[in-house]
Design a binder for this molecule. Sequence first.
Ligand code: PHE
Ligand code: NA
Length: 453
Amino acid sequence: MTTEQQPRVQWLGRWGFVLAATGSAVGLGNIWKFPYMTGEYGGGAFVLVYLVCILAVGVPVMMTEIAFGRRGRGSPIDAVRRVVTESGRSSAWSILGWMAMLCGFMILSFYVVVAGWSFSYLWKMLSGGLNGSGVDDMVAIFVANNENPFNLGFWSTLVTLATMLIVGKGVQAGIEKSVSWMMPGMVVMLLILIGYGVFSGGFGEAWRFLFSFKTGSLSSEGMLAALGHAFFTLSLASGAILTYGSYLPVRSSIARTTFGVAIADTLVALMAGLAIFPVIFANGMSPEGGPGLLFMSLPLAFQAMPLGTLFGILFFVMLSMAALTSSISMVEATVSWLVDNKGITRRTAAWGTGIVLWLVSTLAMLSFNLGADWTLAGRHFFDWLDYLTSRWMMPLGGLGMVLLAGFVLKSESFREELGLAPYWHALWLFMVRYVSPLGILVIFVDALGIARL
Ligand code: PHE
Ligand code: NA
Protein backbone atom coordinates (compact mmCIF):
# COMPACT_ATOMS: atom_id res chain seq x y z
CA MET A 1 0.00 0.00 0.00
CA THR A 2 2.92 2.30 0.53
CA THR A 3 5.15 3.60 -2.17
CA GLU A 4 8.29 2.62 -0.32
CA GLN A 5 9.47 -0.96 -0.12
CA GLN A 6 11.56 -1.13 3.00
CA PRO A 7 9.41 -1.24 6.11
CA ARG A 8 9.51 1.73 8.45
CA VAL A 9 9.71 1.49 12.21
CA GLN A 10 6.27 1.39 13.72
CA TRP A 11 4.80 2.12 17.10
CA LEU A 12 5.17 -0.74 19.52
CA GLY A 13 1.89 -1.15 21.33
CA ARG A 14 -1.60 -1.12 19.91
CA TRP A 15 -2.05 2.27 21.55
CA GLY A 16 1.37 3.52 20.53
CA PHE A 17 0.29 6.12 18.01
CA VAL A 18 -2.65 7.34 20.05
CA LEU A 19 -0.42 7.79 23.09
CA ALA A 20 2.38 9.48 21.20
CA ALA A 21 0.03 11.76 19.27
CA THR A 22 -1.83 12.64 22.46
CA GLY A 23 1.52 13.31 24.09
CA SER A 24 2.39 15.63 21.24
CA ALA A 25 -0.95 17.41 21.28
CA VAL A 26 -1.44 17.82 25.02
CA GLY A 27 1.20 20.19 26.29
CA LEU A 28 1.93 23.77 27.16
CA GLY A 29 -0.53 24.79 24.46
CA ASN A 30 -3.38 23.49 26.58
CA ILE A 31 -2.30 24.47 30.05
CA TRP A 32 -0.18 27.55 29.48
CA LYS A 33 -1.24 29.09 26.16
CA PHE A 34 -4.96 28.39 25.93
CA PRO A 35 -5.85 30.01 29.28
CA TYR A 36 -3.75 33.12 28.76
CA MET A 37 -5.00 33.66 25.20
CA THR A 38 -8.58 33.18 26.36
CA GLY A 39 -7.88 35.78 29.02
CA GLU A 40 -6.34 38.17 26.56
CA TYR A 41 -9.14 37.89 24.02
CA GLY A 42 -11.91 38.25 26.55
CA GLY A 43 -13.23 34.74 27.22
CA GLY A 44 -16.29 33.00 25.81
CA ALA A 45 -16.28 34.26 22.24
CA PHE A 46 -12.67 33.21 21.83
CA VAL A 47 -13.43 29.78 23.29
CA LEU A 48 -16.36 29.33 20.92
CA VAL A 49 -14.38 30.22 17.80
CA TYR A 50 -11.56 27.97 18.99
CA LEU A 51 -13.95 25.03 19.44
CA VAL A 52 -15.49 25.57 16.01
CA CYS A 53 -12.00 25.73 14.47
CA ILE A 54 -11.01 22.45 16.15
CA LEU A 55 -14.02 20.70 14.66
CA ALA A 56 -14.23 22.35 11.24
CA VAL A 57 -10.52 22.75 10.51
CA GLY A 58 -8.43 20.86 13.06
CA VAL A 59 -10.04 17.44 12.74
CA PRO A 60 -10.11 17.32 8.91
CA VAL A 61 -6.55 18.63 8.70
CA MET A 62 -5.34 16.08 11.23
CA MET A 63 -6.90 13.20 9.33
CA THR A 64 -5.33 14.49 6.13
CA GLU A 65 -1.90 14.84 7.70
CA ILE A 66 -1.91 11.36 9.21
CA ALA A 67 -2.99 9.96 5.85
CA PHE A 68 -0.12 11.80 4.14
CA GLY A 69 2.34 10.49 6.71
CA ARG A 70 1.24 6.89 6.55
CA ARG A 71 0.98 6.76 2.77
CA GLY A 72 4.24 8.58 2.20
CA ARG A 73 6.05 6.80 5.03
CA GLY A 74 8.52 9.55 5.74
CA SER A 75 9.28 12.98 7.08
CA PRO A 76 6.89 15.68 5.80
CA ILE A 77 9.13 16.57 2.86
CA ASP A 78 9.56 13.00 1.66
CA ALA A 79 6.03 11.91 2.46
CA VAL A 80 4.39 14.76 0.57
CA ARG A 81 6.73 14.28 -2.37
CA ARG A 82 5.93 10.56 -2.58
CA VAL A 83 2.21 11.05 -2.30
CA VAL A 84 2.09 13.76 -4.98
CA THR A 85 4.31 11.89 -7.40
CA GLU A 86 2.15 8.81 -6.91
CA SER A 87 -0.71 10.94 -8.24
CA GLY A 88 1.51 12.18 -11.07
CA ARG A 89 1.67 15.71 -9.69
CA SER A 90 4.59 18.08 -9.33
CA SER A 91 6.98 17.37 -6.50
CA ALA A 92 7.12 21.13 -5.95
CA TRP A 93 4.27 20.53 -3.52
CA SER A 94 6.84 19.23 -1.08
CA ILE A 95 7.37 22.91 -0.24
CA LEU A 96 4.52 22.26 2.19
CA GLY A 97 6.70 19.68 3.91
CA TRP A 98 9.61 22.11 4.10
CA MET A 99 7.43 24.75 5.64
CA ALA A 100 6.01 22.31 8.18
CA MET A 101 9.48 21.19 9.20
CA LEU A 102 10.67 24.76 9.61
CA CYS A 103 7.52 25.60 11.54
CA GLY A 104 8.04 22.78 14.03
CA PHE A 105 11.60 23.94 14.57
CA MET A 106 10.56 27.55 15.10
CA ILE A 107 7.87 26.56 17.58
CA LEU A 108 10.34 24.47 19.52
CA SER A 109 12.71 27.45 19.72
CA PHE A 110 10.29 29.33 21.96
CA TYR A 111 8.60 26.27 23.46
CA VAL A 112 11.77 25.26 25.30
CA VAL A 113 11.77 28.64 27.04
CA VAL A 114 8.24 28.10 28.33
CA ALA A 115 9.05 24.51 29.28
CA GLY A 116 12.01 26.00 31.13
CA TRP A 117 9.56 28.09 33.16
CA SER A 118 7.80 24.90 34.11
CA PHE A 119 11.02 23.23 35.24
CA SER A 120 12.12 26.29 37.18
CA TYR A 121 8.76 26.44 38.97
CA LEU A 122 9.10 22.79 39.82
CA TRP A 123 12.41 23.68 41.40
CA LYS A 124 10.84 26.60 43.25
CA MET A 125 8.16 24.27 44.58
CA LEU A 126 10.74 21.76 45.74
CA SER A 127 12.98 24.34 47.36
CA GLY A 128 10.17 26.33 48.97
CA GLY A 129 10.92 29.40 46.88
CA LEU A 130 7.23 30.30 46.57
CA ASN A 131 6.23 29.90 50.21
CA GLY A 132 4.30 32.74 51.76
CA SER A 133 4.05 34.75 48.56
CA GLY A 134 0.96 36.82 47.82
CA VAL A 135 -0.45 38.06 44.53
CA ASP A 136 2.10 40.84 44.06
CA ASP A 137 4.99 38.58 45.06
CA MET A 138 3.96 36.07 42.40
CA VAL A 139 4.22 38.70 39.71
CA ALA A 140 7.58 39.81 41.04
CA ILE A 141 8.83 36.22 41.21
CA PHE A 142 7.86 35.59 37.59
CA VAL A 143 9.61 38.76 36.46
CA ALA A 144 12.71 38.01 38.51
CA ASN A 145 12.88 34.49 37.13
CA ASN A 146 13.07 35.97 33.63
CA GLU A 147 15.40 38.82 34.38
CA ASN A 148 18.57 36.81 34.79
CA PRO A 149 19.65 35.34 31.43
CA PHE A 150 21.84 32.75 33.14
CA ASN A 151 18.97 31.48 35.23
CA LEU A 152 16.48 31.40 32.37
CA GLY A 153 19.11 30.09 29.96
CA PHE A 154 19.98 27.30 32.35
CA TRP A 155 16.41 25.98 32.34
CA SER A 156 15.82 26.30 28.59
CA THR A 157 19.18 24.64 27.94
CA LEU A 158 18.13 21.81 30.24
CA VAL A 159 14.93 21.34 28.25
CA THR A 160 16.86 21.41 24.95
CA LEU A 161 19.23 18.76 26.27
CA ALA A 162 16.44 16.54 27.57
CA THR A 163 14.55 16.81 24.28
CA MET A 164 17.54 15.90 22.18
CA LEU A 165 18.54 13.08 24.49
CA ILE A 166 15.12 11.46 24.12
CA VAL A 167 14.92 12.06 20.37
CA GLY A 168 18.47 10.81 19.86
CA LYS A 169 17.65 7.55 21.54
CA GLY A 170 14.44 7.17 19.55
CA VAL A 171 12.74 5.74 22.59
CA GLN A 172 9.25 5.22 21.24
CA ALA A 173 8.66 2.80 24.07
CA GLY A 174 9.65 5.45 26.57
CA ILE A 175 7.29 7.99 25.05
CA GLU A 176 4.42 5.56 24.99
CA LYS A 177 4.92 4.52 28.57
CA SER A 178 5.38 7.97 30.03
CA VAL A 179 2.32 9.34 28.26
CA SER A 180 0.16 6.50 29.54
CA TRP A 181 0.63 7.50 33.19
CA MET A 182 1.28 11.19 32.76
CA MET A 183 -1.94 11.96 30.92
CA PRO A 184 -4.31 10.47 33.51
CA GLY A 185 -2.14 12.04 36.19
CA MET A 186 -2.55 15.45 34.63
CA VAL A 187 -6.30 15.02 34.46
CA VAL A 188 -6.40 14.10 38.16
CA MET A 189 -4.32 17.15 39.08
CA LEU A 190 -6.57 19.44 37.08
CA LEU A 191 -9.63 17.91 38.74
CA ILE A 192 -8.12 18.59 42.15
CA LEU A 193 -7.47 22.21 41.15
CA ILE A 194 -10.99 22.58 39.77
CA GLY A 195 -12.36 21.11 43.01
CA TYR A 196 -10.34 23.65 44.94
CA GLY A 197 -11.81 26.42 42.80
CA VAL A 198 -15.33 25.19 43.48
CA PHE A 199 -14.83 25.37 47.24
CA SER A 200 -12.78 28.52 47.46
CA GLY A 201 -14.84 30.75 45.21
CA GLY A 202 -14.35 32.17 41.77
CA PHE A 203 -15.57 29.07 39.96
CA GLY A 204 -18.90 30.51 38.87
CA GLU A 205 -17.22 33.58 37.50
CA ALA A 206 -14.64 31.45 35.70
CA TRP A 207 -17.36 29.29 34.17
CA ARG A 208 -19.24 32.33 32.88
CA PHE A 209 -16.02 33.85 31.59
CA LEU A 210 -15.20 30.74 29.57
CA PHE A 211 -18.63 29.68 28.39
CA SER A 212 -20.85 32.70 28.01
CA PHE A 213 -20.40 33.06 24.29
CA LYS A 214 -21.25 36.73 23.98
CA THR A 215 -21.48 37.23 20.25
CA GLY A 216 -19.65 40.03 18.59
CA SER A 217 -17.10 40.50 21.33
CA LEU A 218 -14.22 38.98 19.40
CA SER A 219 -11.98 41.00 17.08
CA SER A 220 -10.82 39.71 13.69
CA GLU A 221 -7.41 39.49 15.24
CA GLY A 222 -8.90 37.30 17.99
CA MET A 223 -10.50 35.00 15.41
CA LEU A 224 -7.17 34.48 13.68
CA ALA A 225 -5.59 33.84 17.07
CA ALA A 226 -8.24 31.18 17.79
CA LEU A 227 -7.67 29.54 14.39
CA GLY A 228 -3.90 29.56 14.86
CA HIS A 229 -4.29 28.11 18.30
CA ALA A 230 -6.43 25.26 16.98
CA PHE A 231 -3.48 24.30 14.76
CA PHE A 232 -0.95 24.79 17.52
CA THR A 233 -2.79 22.79 20.14
CA LEU A 234 -3.34 19.80 17.83
CA SER A 235 0.31 19.91 16.66
CA LEU A 236 -0.80 20.43 13.06
CA ALA A 237 1.06 21.85 10.06
CA SER A 238 4.33 21.60 11.92
CA GLY A 239 5.53 18.18 10.94
CA ALA A 240 4.73 16.52 14.25
CA ILE A 241 1.50 14.66 13.54
CA LEU A 242 2.44 13.89 9.95
CA THR A 243 5.75 12.32 10.96
CA TYR A 244 4.15 10.36 13.80
CA GLY A 245 1.56 9.20 11.27
CA SER A 246 4.36 7.79 9.15
CA TYR A 247 4.93 5.20 11.86
CA LEU A 248 1.26 4.24 12.04
CA PRO A 249 0.43 0.61 11.24
CA VAL A 250 -1.79 0.09 8.21
CA ARG A 251 -4.67 -1.45 10.11
CA SER A 252 -5.24 1.46 12.53
CA SER A 253 -8.21 3.73 11.89
CA ILE A 254 -7.12 7.28 11.17
CA ALA A 255 -10.52 8.80 11.87
CA ARG A 256 -10.93 7.13 15.23
CA THR A 257 -7.48 8.08 16.46
CA THR A 258 -7.95 11.66 15.26
CA PHE A 259 -11.14 12.06 17.25
CA GLY A 260 -9.54 10.49 20.29
CA VAL A 261 -6.62 12.91 20.22
CA ALA A 262 -8.79 15.95 19.47
CA ILE A 263 -11.22 15.18 22.28
CA ALA A 264 -8.48 14.54 24.83
CA ASP A 265 -6.69 17.72 23.83
CA THR A 266 -9.82 19.87 24.01
CA LEU A 267 -10.86 18.47 27.39
CA VAL A 268 -7.46 19.16 28.92
CA ALA A 269 -7.51 22.73 27.62
CA LEU A 270 -10.98 23.44 28.98
CA MET A 271 -10.07 21.83 32.30
CA ALA A 272 -6.96 23.98 32.50
CA GLY A 273 -9.14 27.05 31.99
CA LEU A 274 -11.49 25.88 34.74
CA ALA A 275 -8.51 25.32 37.04
CA ILE A 276 -6.78 28.64 36.48
CA PHE A 277 -9.52 31.26 36.16
CA PRO A 278 -11.16 30.66 39.57
CA VAL A 279 -7.80 31.46 41.15
CA ILE A 280 -7.49 34.56 39.00
CA PHE A 281 -10.94 35.87 39.91
CA ALA A 282 -10.85 34.87 43.58
CA ASN A 283 -7.63 36.83 44.00
CA GLY A 284 -8.78 39.85 42.06
CA MET A 285 -6.15 39.33 39.36
CA SER A 286 -6.62 40.38 35.75
CA PRO A 287 -7.35 37.63 33.20
CA GLU A 288 -5.12 39.60 30.84
CA GLY A 289 -1.98 38.57 32.66
CA GLY A 290 -0.29 37.40 29.46
CA PRO A 291 2.20 34.55 29.17
CA GLY A 292 2.88 34.52 32.91
CA LEU A 293 -0.79 33.86 33.81
CA LEU A 294 -0.38 30.19 34.74
CA PHE A 295 2.78 30.77 36.77
CA MET A 296 1.40 33.75 38.64
CA SER A 297 -1.92 32.15 39.55
CA LEU A 298 -1.68 28.43 40.30
CA PRO A 299 1.07 28.74 42.94
CA LEU A 300 -1.40 30.84 44.93
CA ALA A 301 -3.84 27.92 44.92
CA PHE A 302 -1.14 25.44 45.87
CA GLN A 303 -0.27 27.55 48.88
CA ALA A 304 -3.81 27.81 50.08
CA MET A 305 -4.99 24.22 49.67
CA PRO A 306 -4.30 21.24 51.92
CA LEU A 307 -1.31 19.19 50.71
CA GLY A 308 -0.67 22.09 48.34
CA THR A 309 3.10 21.70 48.18
CA LEU A 310 2.78 18.05 47.25
CA PHE A 311 0.15 18.79 44.62
CA GLY A 312 2.21 21.68 43.32
CA ILE A 313 5.24 19.48 42.89
CA LEU A 314 3.20 16.80 41.14
CA PHE A 315 1.57 19.41 38.92
CA PHE A 316 4.83 20.89 37.69
CA VAL A 317 6.36 17.44 37.23
CA MET A 318 3.48 16.55 34.96
CA LEU A 319 3.48 19.89 33.17
CA SER A 320 7.17 19.45 32.45
CA MET A 321 6.59 15.92 31.19
CA ALA A 322 3.71 17.12 29.03
CA ALA A 323 6.03 19.75 27.59
CA LEU A 324 8.68 17.15 26.79
CA THR A 325 6.29 14.75 25.06
CA SER A 326 5.35 17.71 22.85
CA SER A 327 8.83 19.09 22.31
CA ILE A 328 10.20 15.77 21.09
CA SER A 329 7.46 15.62 18.46
CA MET A 330 8.50 19.01 17.06
CA VAL A 331 11.96 17.87 16.00
CA GLU A 332 10.95 14.39 14.91
CA ALA A 333 10.31 15.73 11.39
CA THR A 334 13.76 17.31 11.10
CA VAL A 335 15.58 14.38 12.65
CA SER A 336 13.84 11.74 10.57
CA TRP A 337 14.44 13.79 7.42
CA LEU A 338 18.17 14.02 8.23
CA VAL A 339 18.38 10.30 8.97
CA ASP A 340 16.54 9.29 5.80
CA ASN A 341 18.34 11.66 3.45
CA LYS A 342 21.76 12.47 4.80
CA GLY A 343 22.91 9.02 5.81
CA ILE A 344 23.69 10.01 9.39
CA THR A 345 22.65 8.26 12.57
CA ARG A 346 19.70 9.35 14.63
CA ARG A 347 21.99 10.41 17.42
CA THR A 348 24.13 12.64 15.20
CA ALA A 349 21.02 14.14 13.63
CA ALA A 350 19.56 14.89 17.05
CA TRP A 351 22.67 16.56 18.40
CA GLY A 352 23.25 18.53 15.22
CA THR A 353 19.68 19.81 15.31
CA GLY A 354 20.08 20.43 19.02
CA ILE A 355 23.00 22.81 18.55
CA VAL A 356 21.11 24.98 16.06
CA LEU A 357 18.07 24.81 18.29
CA TRP A 358 20.08 25.91 21.29
CA LEU A 359 21.34 28.99 19.45
CA VAL A 360 17.91 30.07 18.25
CA SER A 361 16.20 29.33 21.56
CA THR A 362 18.86 31.27 23.42
CA LEU A 363 17.96 34.28 21.29
CA ALA A 364 14.30 33.69 22.17
CA MET A 365 15.19 33.40 25.85
CA LEU A 366 17.05 36.72 25.72
CA SER A 367 13.78 38.43 24.75
CA PHE A 368 12.90 38.37 28.45
CA ASN A 369 16.04 40.07 29.68
CA LEU A 370 19.04 41.38 27.71
CA GLY A 371 17.13 41.51 24.44
CA ALA A 372 13.92 43.02 25.78
CA ASP A 373 14.55 46.08 23.60
CA TRP A 374 15.45 44.20 20.45
CA THR A 375 12.05 44.57 18.89
CA LEU A 376 10.76 44.78 15.37
CA ALA A 377 7.33 46.30 14.80
CA GLY A 378 6.70 46.07 18.54
CA ARG A 379 7.50 42.36 18.86
CA HIS A 380 10.60 40.85 20.29
CA PHE A 381 12.11 37.65 18.96
CA PHE A 382 10.12 35.29 21.19
CA ASP A 383 6.87 36.91 20.06
CA TRP A 384 7.91 36.81 16.41
CA LEU A 385 8.45 33.07 16.53
CA ASP A 386 5.02 32.56 18.06
CA TYR A 387 3.33 35.07 15.76
CA LEU A 388 4.82 33.82 12.50
CA THR A 389 4.09 30.17 13.23
CA SER A 390 0.60 30.45 14.70
CA ARG A 391 -0.83 33.25 12.59
CA TRP A 392 0.84 32.59 9.23
CA MET A 393 2.68 29.34 8.73
CA MET A 394 0.24 26.92 10.31
CA PRO A 395 -3.00 28.28 8.81
CA LEU A 396 -1.38 28.60 5.36
CA GLY A 397 0.33 25.21 5.60
CA GLY A 398 -2.96 23.62 6.66
CA LEU A 399 -4.74 25.35 3.79
CA GLY A 400 -2.20 23.94 1.35
CA MET A 401 -2.62 20.44 2.72
CA VAL A 402 -6.42 20.34 2.49
CA LEU A 403 -6.46 21.87 -0.99
CA LEU A 404 -3.85 19.36 -2.11
CA ALA A 405 -5.81 16.44 -0.68
CA GLY A 406 -9.21 17.75 -1.74
CA PHE A 407 -8.58 18.89 -5.30
CA VAL A 408 -5.18 17.90 -6.61
CA LEU A 409 -4.46 14.32 -5.65
CA LYS A 410 -6.10 11.10 -6.76
CA SER A 411 -9.07 10.41 -4.57
CA GLU A 412 -8.24 6.69 -4.33
CA SER A 413 -5.12 7.43 -2.31
CA PHE A 414 -7.14 8.97 0.49
CA ARG A 415 -10.02 6.56 0.14
CA GLU A 416 -7.58 3.75 0.76
CA GLU A 417 -5.70 5.40 3.59
CA LEU A 418 -8.70 6.69 5.48
CA GLY A 419 -10.74 3.53 4.86
CA LEU A 420 -14.03 5.24 5.72
CA ALA A 421 -17.58 4.18 4.90
CA PRO A 422 -18.73 6.04 1.75
CA TYR A 423 -20.86 8.67 3.49
CA TRP A 424 -18.14 9.41 6.05
CA HIS A 425 -15.64 9.72 3.26
CA ALA A 426 -17.94 12.11 1.45
CA LEU A 427 -18.16 14.17 4.62
CA TRP A 428 -14.37 14.26 4.98
CA LEU A 429 -14.03 15.31 1.34
CA PHE A 430 -16.62 18.03 1.75
CA MET A 431 -14.76 19.32 4.80
CA VAL A 432 -11.30 19.42 3.17
CA ARG A 433 -12.63 20.85 -0.07
CA TYR A 434 -14.92 23.56 1.19
CA VAL A 435 -15.44 23.96 4.92
CA SER A 436 -11.84 23.98 6.12
CA PRO A 437 -10.34 26.07 3.29
CA LEU A 438 -13.16 28.62 3.37
CA GLY A 439 -12.97 28.82 7.13
CA ILE A 440 -9.23 29.48 7.00
CA LEU A 441 -9.56 31.96 4.15
CA VAL A 442 -12.41 33.94 5.66
CA ILE A 443 -10.67 34.36 9.01
CA PHE A 444 -7.36 35.09 7.34
CA VAL A 445 -8.62 37.64 4.86
CA ASP A 446 -10.73 39.29 7.54
CA ALA A 447 -7.76 39.60 9.87
CA LEU A 448 -5.65 41.11 7.10
CA GLY A 449 -8.31 43.76 6.76
CA ILE A 450 -8.98 43.10 3.08
CA ALA A 451 -12.59 42.22 3.80
CA ARG A 452 -13.26 45.68 5.15
CA LEU A 453 -11.89 47.59 2.18
N1 PHE B 1 0.35 20.73 20.57
C1 PHE B 1 1.40 21.14 21.46
C2 PHE B 1 0.81 21.81 22.68
O1 PHE B 1 -0.36 22.06 22.73
C3 PHE B 1 2.39 22.06 20.79
C4 PHE B 1 2.91 21.56 19.49
C5 PHE B 1 2.82 22.35 18.37
C6 PHE B 1 3.49 20.30 19.40
C7 PHE B 1 3.31 21.91 17.16
C8 PHE B 1 4.00 19.85 18.18
C9 PHE B 1 3.91 20.67 17.07
O2 PHE B 1 1.51 22.15 23.59
NA1 NA C 1 -2.42 20.96 22.70
